[in-house]
Design a protein around this ligand. Structure first.
Ligand SMILES: [Cu+2]
Length: 163
């Protein structure tokens, strides 16, 4: 069931051009107001600036477009991100205001930690353009169960994630 769902999500991204550069190890989608929000937990990714891309120094990884300061992979272990698309048009939303926090959840569903704010970067996959826009950052998450709260332009969605 999960596998079919993941295939469906992968196909949806391929169709919208929001693409496959993230080979997901965990992902899921939720609705948040007029948006569809797809959460992915991936291995940490290097971030680069537009100048590094323009000079040819950076050909892979993430282009930081706007928002918070990127956390580089030497200080993190996962890339916690959301793709946001318009439910009506399926088009990626490139200028959303996104807030994210994650918090550990215990065996009985109780919150066991302090909510961690993710400094949200608006980023693109280098070479993939605006259609690959997504939001989040590299974070440090040890194996376990988490609740991830995402707010997109004021509309909340909550994800349960095990990593
Ligand atoms: Cu990214």
């Amino acid at each position: 069931m999960t596998r079919i769902r993941n295939l469906f999500i992968a196909a949806a991204f391929a169709l919208t051009g929001a693409a496959a550069a993230h080979a997901g190890d965990a992902n899921m989608t939720k609705e948040a107001g007029p948006y569809e929000v797809a959460l992915h937990v991936l291995p940490a990714e290097p971030f680069h600036t537009q100048a590094e891309v323009d000079s040819g120094k950076a050909t892979k990884g993430m282009l930081a477009v706007a928002g918070a300061d990127p956390v580089q992979p030497d200080a993190a272990n996962h890339h916690l991100i959301v793709h946001v698309s318009d439910k009506g048009t399926d088009k990626p939303v490139t200028d959303a205001t996104v807030m994210m926090t994650y918090e550990r959840v215990g065996e009985n569903g109780e919150m066991t930690g302090t909510p961690q704010d993710v400094p949200v970067v608006n980023m693109q996959v280098i070479g993939k353009g605006a259609a690959s826009t997504h939001y989040g950052n590299n974070v440090t998450m040890s194996p376990g169960h988490y609740s991830v709260s995402v707010v997109v332009n004021g509309y909340p969605a909550t994800f349960d994630v095990s990593i």
